[in-house]
Design a protein around this ligand. Structure first.
Ligand code: DGJ
Length: 333
């Protein structure tokens, strides 16, 4: 190689390196939500965290969710962020087990993971829907895992049917007094039930009750103006359908139908998605982000996210579609 060729070679190498570096860094720098679009983590990889929840801890947001490949469950991923837009992958919070006799053995399914912090025990507790390898959606159990560190690794504690009831789609909710509850689809999803957790959040109590029988799943709950709001979907597999919101003065009911909270184009099919959870912004009263999954059943890993602000006008609670938006909306109220 003569000197000209060498110069050309190093110039091209430099250009290639800069393109890679900036291409990566720039695509992963967000200052707003791009609702339903591909969302890259700070390494430039697609965020893979479906059906989960967000926890705010030590001035950092942690996003837990199902890690998926095209069709399988690969455990529970966790990401961290300082601004809710840009997420750093923190790895697998909970892995499937190599022990083929375990309820969370590889080949089984872990869905809708929800992490809560127990102030008394100082432990992080993860609840999730468990389906056992080789049994499709027949096991219908809930799983519990625990960790001293928010990012895990979480240690599997147990899986079971709460008080003997089937438990598929579920969420957990910690009320203002620190009491925690699992809200879960039961009896082949025909019933929505609630059960109070033990004080350490590692088990259920006998305070287990039917909320309503309406064939609903994907429960997502928040509390606003001393009332509880519960959004659920119909049961149509991965296909989207109409959301219904209910309201109650008490977690155990009576739950009254408010209607579909979604507004705008495709609001009758939840914008092509399904409720996952509702994140109350820390230190910002009455500020909530609705998070839904825009499932892609042909390739679950490519399922996208619907982060949208919950809006209030008087007693009206609704969720409008925005292609893009940022957290400033919560300062304008
Ligand atoms: C709908 C549920 O909400 C999802 O979590 C998942 O279980 C799919 N059904 C499976 O078809």
């Amino acid at each position: 190689m003569n000197i000209k060729m060498k110069c050309l070679f190093f110039c091209l190498l430099f250009l290639f390196a800069m393109t890679c570096f900036y291409g990566h860094a720039q695509t992963a720098k967000y200052n707003q939500f791009h609702v339903g679009e591909i969302w890259l983590d700070i390494n430039g990889d697609t965020i893979n965290a479906h059906g989960g929840n967000i926890v705010y801890y030590n001035k950092t947001y942690y996003w837990f969710g199902e890690k998926r490949n095209a069709h399988q469950s690969l455990g529970v991923n966790v990401y961290s962020s300082k601004d809710l837009y840009n997420w750093k992958p923190e790895g697998l919070a909970l892995a499937h087990s190599d022990d083929t006799t375990s309820d969370i053995a590889w080949g089984g399914i872990m869905e809708r993971p929800k992490v809560i912090f127990n102030r008394k025990t100082k432990k992080f507790v993860m609840w999730f829907h468990v389906e056992v390898r080789g049994k499709g959606y027949g096991a219908a159990k809930v799983g519990v895992a625990v960790s001293d560190r928010i990012t895990g690794p979480y240690k599997f504690v147990r899986s079971f049917r709460p008080n003997g009831n089937m438990s598929r789609d579920m969420t957990v909710y910690v009320d203002d007094d620190g009491s925690a509850y699992e809200i879960y689809s039961s009896r082949e999803n025909y019933d929505m039930r609630i059960v109070k957790l033990t004080d350490d959040y590692l088990n259920v109590t006998a305070k287990d009750s039917l909320l309503f029988s309406a064939h609903r799943e994907a429960p997502a709950i928040f509390k606003y103006n001393k009332k509880y709001y519960l959004i659920t979907s119909a049961c149509t597999g991965w296909a989207s359908n109409k959301a219904i919101m209910r309201v109650a003065d008490n977690l155990y009911g009576e739950w009254k139908i408010v209607g579909n909270p979604m507004r705008g184009k495709d609001s009758n099919i939840t914008f092509g998605g399904q409720s996952a959870f509702i994140f109350p912004l820390p230190k910002k009263k009455n500020s909530f982000i609705y998070v839904g999954d825009k499932w892609n059943p042909r390739n679950l890993e490519d399922s996208r996210y619907h982060f949208l602000p919950i809006e209030f006008s008087g007693d009206d609670v609704h969720i409008d579609w925005y292609d893009t938006w940022n957290l400033d909306v919560f300062n304008k109220k």
